[in-house]
Design a protein around this ligand. Structure first.
Ligand SMILES: Nc1ncnc2c1ncn2[C@@H]1O[C@H](COP(=O)(O)OP(=O)(O)OP(=O)(O)O)[C@@H](O)[C@H]1O
Ligand SMILES: [Mg+2]
Length: 303
């Protein structure tokens, strides 16, 4: 039987009096791309650092690549790839020189050959002689990914790898992640982008250190049991203000000429719309999005 790549139970971490990760449990199967979401400061980076053996949890238990996250931390670090949230590189070195430097820093055997292979695997060969400081955001991320894959890890922790990268480069980066996943590499990737969350096999959502949702996009949306109605027409902002007065209207968002109204009580929503939406406006039910589900999850958690 295939053992999961990550299997942790009830991890806790305090920084001083601040309880930043609370009873965090997660299982990531081999080859899965697991999205890690949550607002700033919710504890994503801290959880990642506990899972990959960089910091010790205060309590809990768990394994990463079948190694104990308490007692085998040094071995775990050698076997996983970790792309940190604010990675850095040497701007006046080329891509190739950066990778060679890192390979030697970690005293990898057959450094040259591994750099060659990684450049080719990640589509960097044609740019290998370009200076790192001259690269666009997308190529920089790709180089950072290459740097954490030189030792051919079977599990990657990527902490906001595409922050600030344009949509085309993000799409290409995600294509690469899916190729790696096809090759059996497991990936835990944190992101604030909903389109990226939807490209994951499964998603974990953290808020104030607590895991609020965990599952596929469809499971997470279904668990919230929401109805979303779309209203098309003019002057939606005024209508939005009126609809917000109704307790059953839990969330409203305007997208251009469309207003989305979300709540858990479909009959109540329809009644609210009948009483407020003027003649000539088009109303229809639309699918609730992952973003709607997360926003409401947060709201419920805050109350
Ligand atoms: N070494 C540390 N010492 C003290 N507090 C810390 C330390 N590292 C993180 N924290 C605090 O722990 C909380 C969780 O931080 P963490 O970096 O894990 O969040 P995050 O979800 O990764 O946020 P972001 O989306 O901004 O990257 C924050 O309040 C942060 O200030
Ligand atoms: Mg972080």
């Amino acid at each position: 039987m295939n053992e999961p790549s990550i299997d942790v139970h009830k991890l806790n971490k305090h920084f001083g009096k601040h309880h930043v990760v609370k009873d965090f449990s997660l299982t990531v199967q081999k080859g899965d791309i697991y999205g890690f979401l949550g607002p700033n400061g919710s504890g994503k980076t801290t959880s990642i650092r506990m899972m990959c053996g960089l910091i010790t949890p205060d309590s809990g238990s768990g394994h990463c690549l079948n190694m104990d996250i308490f007692t085998q931390r040094d071995t775990i670090k050698k076997r996983i790839g970790y792309m940190t949230q604010h990675f850095s590189m040497w701007g006046s070195l080329t891509i190739r020189e950066n990778l060679l430097f890192i390979a030697r820093l970690y005293t990898l055997e057959n450094a040259r050959q591994k750099v060659e292979q990684t450049l080719s695997d990640l589509g960097l060969s044609s740019r290998q002689h370009q200076l790192a400081k001259e690269l666009s955001g997308g190529w920089k991320q790709r180089m950072a990914l290459a740097a954490c894959m030189l030792h051919q890890p079977s599990l990657l922790f990527l902490d906001e790898p595409t922050a600030g990268v344009d949509p085309k480069a993000r799409r290409e980066f995600w294509q690469t992640l899916h190729q790696l996943s096809n090759d059996g590499i497991s990936i835990l990737v944190s992101t604030h982008y909903m389109d990226e969350a939807e490209r994951c096999h499964r998603i974990a959502y953290l808020s104030y250190g607590q895991l609020l949702a965990n599952g596929t996009t469809q499971e997470i949306i279904a668990a919230q049991n929401l109805t979303t109605l779309q209203i098309r027409g003019q002057q939606l902002s005024r209508l939005e203000g009126r609809l917000r007065q109704y307790p059953c209207v839990e969330q409203t968002v305007i997208f251009g000429n469309a207003l989305h109204v979300t709540g858990r009580d479909p009959a109540g929503l329809r009644a609210a719309l009948s009483a407020t939406v003027p003649e000539g406006y088009e109303v229809r039910q639309v699918e609730t999005t992952l973003e709607d589900a997360f926003t409401l999850l947060m709201k419920t958690h805050d109350e």
